[in-house]
Ligand binder design. Structure first.
Ligand code: BG6
Length: 485
């Protein structure tokens, strides 16, 4: 379904995120006929380029990062590039702002949705907002899109919210967490709230525990400085994993509408208990066995670094639904494989009529975010054959591409969905200011405690499942992590 004609200005238009994600996402939406050719994209950055040179950069970025899964006809690239413009701009000075305002005014055609993508570091958010305002571009119809990290802690997040609020209403601000744009993450809500099967069991009475794993094989190359100041807690847990946790744990919102959903997510974050030090394991990856990949400290060129590239923690949500059900979270770099999944582990049946020799069995609902997006439900059945009543666990596999045919094989990138939602004016999959602040309010004391104790992460092997201490975190509760496949 085509969206209304729009003009999207990308500040940081020559940057890594624009090249890898934003521009290829827009191109794929164009190929799919969702972006009309009277829409326009304006790259804005410091580099002294003209539109022709920028179009060439965009073309190269799409060839490098954007083609897979696309079904573009010949000539589509040229038509897409026609919609692309460039303005050289100084976020902190006056250069380029009148040109940008002039270009927006002179684009031919009717009214367009106007959106500004702040694909730059948060230290520039205030300058951009201020200048958009001064140059008359921050009208009540304008939308702004801001990237993570949204602050470094509660204080900086509050300051950012305050700065943006000087010129934009909350309804104009789209705080991106790209995990919310992932197809399976949205499916999580469909599974929970469009099926009668799961929701009645979705509570502490029937669920033993929930585990969320986001394992990556990459290290921190290219982002050493940022990462050494952030660590896995700030980079992944405070935002992406927190969002997954919210969607898993929230009460059913009355409607699939922005504030209804975000109100419920906020309640989850506010109900999170403090996490004692004994329930947290922090790790740093070591050099790879063959020596080809450096260890974390070498990577960030800081032999004293106490930043974690891995974290596992156990937490509790203090409310009626979840009291007593632990949530185990873990994420890390340089692990065995790129696997992200949420596993909802149900309790054992209260009594086995098949006797002790049949073993213990429980149902596990696994929501796989990557690599192969899908949902798997483990059920216990009788092992086929004449050998008596032996039980075996088998998966009911709902890998989307298998169940829904080749159409589902091409899963749109999260940015495609989210950028189109900005144009539609739908904030459901974006974080509200109070949500981000609440997430920091929970994260800050945990990080502060590490500082006070001078906590040092434990080492783990590159290509492993993380530190052994993380395994122990579950073992001591009589549980175990699922294999990182
Ligand atoms: C980013 C983090 O937000 O998400 C990165 O800053 C991380 O460190 C990335 O690698 C993971 O995203 P995805 O979509 O590849 O799981």
């Amino acid at each position: 379904i085509p969206v209304d004609p729009f003009v999207l200005v990308i500040f940081g238009g020559t940057g890594d995120l624009a090249r890898r994600k934003i521009l290829p996402a827009l191109f794929r939406r164009f190929c799919d006929g969702q972006m009309e050719d009277n829409s326009a994209i304006i790259g804005a950055a410091r580099s002294d380029l003209d539109t022709a040179a920028y179009r060439q950069m965009v073309r190269e970025a799409i060839v490098e990062f954007g083609q897979e899964g696309g079904s573009c006809e010949a000539g589509t690239m040229e038509a897409f590039l026609e919609t692309v413009h460039y303005v050289s701009i100084d976020a902190r000075g006056e250069t380029g702002w009148s040109e940008l305002a002039g270009l927006l005014d002179k684009l031919p055609g009717e009214e367009r949705v106007r959106a500004f993508y702040f694909s730059v570091g948060p230290s520039l958010f205030g300058d951009l907002a201020e200048r958009l305002h001064c140059h008359g571009m921050a009208g009540s119809e304008a939308r702004i899109v801001v990237e993570k990290p949204f602050g470094h802690d509660l204080g900086t997040a509050k300051a950012l919210n305050k700065t943006l609020a000087q010129h934009f209403d909350e309804s104009q601000i789209y705080r991106i967490d790209h995990y919310l744009g992932k197809e399976t993450v949205q499916n999580l809500m469909a599974i929970r709230f469009a099926n009668m099967l799961f929701e009645p069991l979705w509570n502490a009475q029937y669920i033993d525990h929930i585990q969320i794993t986001v394992a990556e094989t990459v290290g921190v190359a290219g982002r050493e400085d940022y990462y050494d100041h952030a660590g896995a807690m700030r980079d992944m847990v405070q935002n992406h994993i927190m969002q997954l946790l919210c969607l898993i744990a929230m009460e059913p919102p009355a409607k699939f509408e922005p504030d209804a959903v975000r109100d419920e997510k906020l309640k989850v974050i506010r109900a999170l208990e403090d996490v004692p030090a004994k329930d947290i394991v922090r790790g740093q990856y070591l050099e790879s066995d063959d020596g080809s990949k450096p260890g974390f400290r070498e990577h960030v060129q800081n032999p004293e670094s106490t930043t974690e590239s891995f974290i596992a923690l156990k937490l509790h949500i203090s409310n009626w639904r979840w009291a007593g059900t632990p949530f185990y979270l873990r994420t890390g770099k340089r692990l065995k494989s790129r696997t992200s999944e949420i596993a909802v582990v149900f309790k054992d049946a209260p009594h086995s009529i098949f006797g002790a020799e049949a073993g213990r069995h429980c149902n596990i609902l696994t929501i796989v975010l990557q690599p192969n997006e899908g949902i798997e439900l483990g059920v216990t059945i009788k092992e086929p054959g004449p050998g008596g009543m032996r039980l075996v666990d088998v998966p009911l596999d709902m890998t989307f591409s298998e169940a829904l045919g080749p159409e589902a094989e091409f899963v749109p990138d999260a940015y495609e969905r989210l950028i189109m939602d900005v144009i539609r004016g739908n904030q459901t999959l974006f974080m509200r200011g109070d949500e981000v602040e609440a997430a920091w309010a929970w994260t800050d004391p945990i990080i502060a405690e590490w500082g006070a104790r001078e906590d040092t992460p434990v080492a783990y092997d590159s290509g492993s499942s993380g530190p052994v201490e993380a395994l122990a975190l579950m073992h001591r509760d009589g549980r175990r992590w699922r294999e990182i496949r």
